[in-house]
Write a protein that binds this ligand. Structure first.
Ligand code: UDP
Ligand code: MG
Length: 314
């Protein structure tokens, strides 16, 4: 088999309901492309029937390859795995649940052929998402824009096409806390976005509960910015100045004889207020330090347990 022109990377975590439809829709798209393709299904530790369905799909159509991870490593690591294994000239990342309609990929390919090295998809709408997710997403993107020095576009997920040249650079970035879309903004190159209507999840439920969403949001801000540290430092200076002033006032009152054992309330308020601030600062420092710790351990990003369809392992 000759080298594929296109690689599709699809992270899969318990998607037994969507896989057959994905195979159908994507299979139809592959026929419309001007070159050969491979589809890398990354099984991110699914514990439903996803893996056996993937094996069937691979049997029927060997262009569909499988990388099975040893456990659930999370969406960002799963797409990294797929990119590591891809060999196509253009790599397209999309979700398994058909929220990212495969047909949009044709437009991405057009832009790629015009010379863009990254073509990302901008969500025009947020169909089928709760108002809570919409509001938190909009607040989050606003904070991210203010806090980071690089320009990470809003309302852009991981659905994108990336040129081989960029993938090769991306593969050298091995940090373990990953915010892949931010990393792609950081690398530069010629980038453009196309707008699309995000569809509802085809079947099943979201694999991004609030906890995973929060982790992604914190990763995004902390991985791309040290501004929170600088903010608390600035705040520390203001508070220190203020307490110096309060100290001077206290000494003055004591010396001038006005001093009485009053002010217990303000004392308690101040002590608890400053302890609170200190805890916040220590906690924030801890976030950065724990990330340093994780990076220093330098563990592999993921562990592969099975491969199907890749040359060496057949
Ligand atoms: N996913 C994954 N590992 C995880 C969580 C999600 O590989 O730990 C996959 C999931 O199967 C899907 C994609 O990541 O293909 C996006 O997840 P989902 O659609 O549940 O997120 P949402 O669209 O609700 O934000
Ligand atoms: Mg989804």
């Amino acid at each position: 088999m000759d080298e594929p022109k296109y690689s599709f990377v699809i992270p899969i975590y318990n998607e037994e309901e969507t896989l057959p439809e994905l195979k159908k829709r994507l299979g139809a798209l592959l026929e419309r492309l001007d070159g050969s393709s491979e589809v890398i299904l990354v099984d991110d530790g699914s514990d439903d029937k996803s893996y056996s369905i993937m094996l069937d799909i691979h049997q029927q159509d060997p262009r569909f390859k499988i990388v099975r991870l040893s456990r659930n490593f999370g969406h960002q690591i799963a797409i990294t795995t797929g990119m590591d294994f891809s060999i196509g000239q253009a790599v397209i990342i999309l979700d398994a649940d058909l929220q990212d309609p495969p047909e949009v990929i044709l437009k991405m390919i057009e832009r790629w052929e015009e010379g863009f090295e990254i073509v990302y998809a901008i969500r025009e709408n947020r169909e089928g998402e709760t108002w809570f997710k919409r509001i938190t997403a909009s607040v989050f993107y606003r904070c991210l824009r203010k806090l980071t020095e690089i320009d990470i576009p809003s309302n852009v997920g991981d659905f994108r096409l990336v040129d081989r040249k960029t993938i090769n650079v991306f593969k050298t970035m091995r940090e373990s806390n990953r915010y892949v879309r931010g990393m792609f903004s950081w690398v530069g190159f010629k980038q453009t976005g196309i707008r699309y209507m995000r569809e509802k999840r085809f079947a099943g439920y979201t694999k991004y509960p609030l906890k995973k969403m929060l982790k992604l949001a914190v990763d995004a801000i902390i991985n791309f910015s040290t501004i929170p540290l600088r903010l608390v430092l600035g705040f520390g200076f203001v508070i220190a100045g203020l307490s110096f002033f309060i100290g001077i006032t206290a000494i003055y009152l004591r010396l001038s004889g006005v001093y009485m054992i009053r002010g217990w309330t303000s004392l308690v308020v101040l002590v608890s207020f400053f302890s609170g601030i200190q805890l916040i600062v220590v906690g924030m420092l801890g976030e950065y330090v724990s990330r340093i710790y994780l990076e220093v351990k330098n563990r592999p990003l993921y562990i592969v347990s099975n491969l199907h369809g890749f040359k060496k392992d057949e």
